[in-house]
Each structure stands twice: as structure tokens, then as C-alpha cells.
Design a protein. Structure first.
Length: 488
């Protein structure tokens, strides 16, 4: 294969050879022996919104039982609150919502955006978001600042047109994108774009930088946000003795100093066995409960009681419709109410996380073992640049390959999130050619988890199916590495 002087030339060559890469991927799937009846019906994760995993038996049975009973929705909300308080303490509260994104929206609107009432023009406010992965979620609710970042999310709204991102930017709110010390923001991808590469983030130095940003913006600062993940590829590898990411604890301390809330987007995370709000000191953590927790489609907001009161009021869950501390009525965000079946599924998932955590941790352990065993056979040049980590927070295994780009050489191709939206992320589109439903695989980071046709009705790994997926991923990585010139 050709050798390239500049990385853009490599990505151009990959684009020109997409049809050849896809043909080799399809041929590889046959050699691996992926059964025809499985193709298109199993994949690398059941934790993405576009193709959620089937419900576990315990969750499904709870929903089926509850649908035949008369249960006021406020009763289900109260049970969810009780479980959260039993685990985290009475000073915490919860509010279920229909999706994690809706949870971000209402939380940021309640806590970060300026008030709409009062005479005269509304004042401006600003929150700080780390310049990290998935910025179109936690970093997408204000006008970007500094202006150098004003187009950083532009293409991601193209499918939805004018309302793709303009629609969720809140009134008179801006967002300061804070680069992380030790991170690399090189440009990569067929859809050539900056990518956050975060395995070398220095949380102490980053914290000092963010403190300076907060000080400069203190007169309009209203909040700080970050992801809630705990893996190297997301920049959270440095932890304290209890396993809590230092970066998250540092952000909490800065927020307290400036008397603003610290909100954590933990969409691909789980309560109780994952991110611990008590240890990080966050004010609010928001979950997509159908991703890693195994719930029916829904979101969950957990936070300190003081900040949860206005959030619950915005959702119509705090008032005197049915009493002063719990209600289920009309409010600004009534459009984001979860339905009865969503609440039943979420309640069942929370009970499993509290009472039977091994239901979720054992499949992670089994998947991690399979990944390590299968990746022993990947081309040695690729293998030496990999960091493979398991995470109970996301019930997933992370495969990061940033280190293939060490020593100023062209490494294993990195696809931007823009590639995902444009359909040119080969680690996603190529898996589809194999009959394997893909996963999050951009910014040199591949996140895989159980659930999408790789587990039984109790959520436990079906080993041969999981191995088919991993073998397919490995083969595709080798095919792409060959066309990029990284391996012969």
C-alpha cells in the first residue's frame, strides 16, 4: 500500500478506497464465520440511542406486571426517589425524565440560563464546558466562546437544519470551551476536523487553567459541566485512592469556590455502581437509563436537594397538585415527562443496580476477558499502541489507540465525530458491511458493551456472539491499517 507524507493524504486515499475496504470487510465476515441469521441483528453495543438493546427479563417482567395495575405516576416517581435516597442519602433527590438530553436541557435552563422575568433586557450568563468528547451534548446549550470555536459544532446540526443546534441554544447563555492541559486537538478524519485526544490530560494543571477562566468570567459565570466517565480515552485516568477521577473532584471544588453548580453528563453511565456523586461533589448527575443501566427508554436526574427543587418544579414534580413535596402535573418541561412504562422499567433497573449489581458487572468482566483474549491476535504494530480498559460506570470496555500516533508517525486512522455524521467513519460503516451493528468509535476511542444480541434474557454474555463481534472489529482495524499504510 502507498505511504503518505501528510495525514490528509492518507485520509483522502481511504475515502477513494471505501468500496475496496467494504469489499474486504464483507469477505472477512465470511471467513470469520458470522452466521447469516445474526447479521444486522447483533452488534458492539446496545447503549446507543439509535439501536438500544433488548430489555432484560427482570425489567420486561416488571413493566408487563405494572401495565396491568392502576398506579399513579407520582407513586412510581416517589419510589425512584426513595431508592436514590437509600443509596446516596437524604440530602439527594431525583427526577426521572424521558431522555438524558432532555435532562441536560432542563437542568441547564434551570441552573445556567438567566431569568426571563424582570424589566429591561435580560443579562448574559456563561457556563464552562471542558473541551472534551461529545461536546454537542453537554457543550451545546450556549453560544460558543471564544469565537474561535463558533463552528466546532456546525456540521453536527446539518441533518436537523436550522433547528439542529440553534434550537437548543438557550436564551442569553454562552459556553466557554476550556481546553485541557495535556490534551491533543489535532485534525483527523475523512471529514477533516479537530479531535479531542485525552489520554494524557493533566487534571491538576487543567484545574489551574479552569480556575483562571472562572475568575476572568466570574461576573457572568453560572455553572461548570463535564462528562462523568472514568476511562483514559475520556481523559479521566488519573484517580484518587478511592478510584474517583481527580478532574471531576477539581471541577467540583472550583464550582464551590464561585458558588455555581457543577453538572455532570453521565449519559453512558449508571447510578450506584458507577460515578459517585458523593465522592466527586457534583451538584447534579444526569443519566440515560436505557444505555448502560438496562432500563426502558428514559433519563434520570440525580442531585443535591437544593438544586433539585427548581429542576423538579420545572418538570411539574414538586408542588401542591398532589401535595407539597411530590406531584405530577403541568410545568414548563411537561413535554419531557416519562410515561408509565418508562418509569416502571427505570424502577426495575435501579432495583437491580442496588440489590444485584453483579447482574451488570459480570457481563463487563466477561466481555473484558474476551476482548483481551481476542486482541492478543491483532497485528503487533496495532497492539502496541492500544490501551484497553473496562469500566463499570459505563458497563463497557474501552479500546483507545491514540498511542499508535507516537513519535510523529502516521498511526491507525482516527475518525472525527464529523465522520460519524457524514457516514465516513470506517470503523462504523465498515462494521455495518460485516453485518455487525457498530458503536461509538471516533476520536481514537472505541467503546463496546454487552447487550445488542450478545447477551441472554438475563443480560449475561453469549460468548460466541461476543467473539464474532470482537473478531470483526479486529479484522476491520487491520484492513483500515493496511490501506492507511500503517501496517504492510
Amino acid at each position: 500500500m502507498a505511504k503518505f507524507k501528510f495525514k490528509y493524504q492518507m485520509y483522502k486515499y481511504l475515502q477513494e478506497n471505501l468500496s475496496n475496504i467494504y469489499a474486504e470487510a464483507r469477505e472477512a465476515s465470511e471467513k470469520i464465520g458470522i452466521p447469516t441469521e445474526l447479521k444486522g441483528k447483533f452488534g458492539l453495543t446496545g447503549a446507543v440511542s439509535g439501536c438500544p438493546s433488548p430489555l432484560r427479563k427482570d425489567v420486561k417482567e416488571s413493566i408487563e406486571k405494572g401495565t396491568n395495575e392502576v398506579i399513579p405516576l407520582v407513586t412510581l416517581v416517589e419510589k425512584i426517589r426513595e431508592i436514590v435516597k437509600e443509596v446516596y442519602g437524604d440530602e439527594y433527590d431525583a427526577a426521572p425524565i424521558n431522555t438524558c438530553e432532555a435532562g441536560l436541557w432542563v437542568t441547564f435552563d434551570v441552573l445556567f440560563s438567566p431569568p426571563m422575568q424582570g424589566r429591561g433586557d435580560s443579562y448574559q450568563s456563561r457556563y464552562i464546558a471542558l473541551y472534551e468528547k461529545h461536546l454537542h451534548h453537554q457543550g451545546g446549550y450556549g453560544r460558543p466562546f471564544p469565537p474561535r470555536y463558533k463552528d466546532i459544532l456546525a456540521d453536527r446540526g446539518s441533518t436537523a437544519g436550522e433547528l439542529g443546534f440553534h434550537g437548543k441554544r438557550l436564551n442569553n447563555l454562552s459556553v466557554y470551551y476550556a481546553p485541557l492541559v495535556g490534551a491533543n486537538y489535532d485534525v483527523h478524519g475523512i471529514k477533516y476536523h479537530p479531535v479531542p485526544l485525552l489520554t494524557n490530560v493533566d487534571p491538576e494543571a487543567s484545574g489551574k487553567n479552569i480556575s483562571k477562566i472562572a475568575e476572568r468570567n466570574s461576573d457572568i459565570l453560572t455553572g461548570i459541566t463535564s462528562l462523568g466517565y472514568d476511562t483514559p480515552g475520556y481523559g479521566y485516568s488519573i484517580k484518587d485512592k478511592d478510584g474517583t477521577p481527580i478532574m471531576q473532584k477539581t471541577l467540583s471544588q472550583i464550582a464551590k469556590e464561585f458558588n455555581v453548580p457543577y453538572v455532570v453528563d453521565n449519559a453512558w453511565g449508571v447510578p450506584f455502581i458507577g460515578h459517585d456523586i458523593r465522592k466527586t461533589g457534583a451538584d447534579v448527575v444526569i443519566y440515560s437509563m436505557d444505555k448502560a443501566s438496562g432500563s426502558s427508554t428514559s433519563g434520570l436526574i440525580i442531585g443535591k436537594e437544593e438544586v433539585m427543587v427548581p429542576i423538579r418544579r420545572a418538570l411539574g414534580m414538586h408542588g401542591d397538585r398532589w401535595g407539597t413535596t411530590g406531584s405530577y402535573g403541568k410545568a414548563a418541561y411537561v413535554t419531557n415527562d416519562p410515561g408509565k412504562e418508562a418509569l416502571l422499567g427505570q424502577l426495575a433497573a435501579l432495583k437491580a443496580l442496588k440489590e444485584r449489581p453483579d447482574t451488570l458487572t459480570k457481563p463487563v468482566d466477561d466481555l473484558y476477558r474476551i476482548v483481551l483474549e481476542e486482541f492478543e491476535g491483532i497485528h503487533p504494530r496495532i497492539k502496541q499502541g492500544l490501551i484497553i480498559t473496562k469500566t463499570y460506570n459505563s458497563t463497557a470496555v474501552e479500546i483507545n489507540y491514540e498511542n499508535t500516533w507516537k513519535d510523529d508517525e502516521l498511526g491507525l486512522p482516527i475518525f472525527s465525530i464529523e465522520d460519524m455524521y457524514a457516514g465516513t467513519n470506517i470503523f462504523q460503516s465498515g462494521m455495518a458491511q460485516m453485518g455487525i451493528i457498530p458503536t461509538i468509535a471516533y476520536d481514537a476511542n472505541i467503546y463496546i458493551s454487552p447487550g445488542l444480541g450478545t447477551t441472554d434474557e438475563n443480560g449475561q454474555i453469549i460468548e460466541d456472539r461476543a467473539r464474532y463481534c470482537i473478531k470483526g472489529l479486529i479484522k476491520l482495524m487491520e484492513i483500515v491499517a493496511k490501506y492507511s499504510g500503517y501496517i504492510d
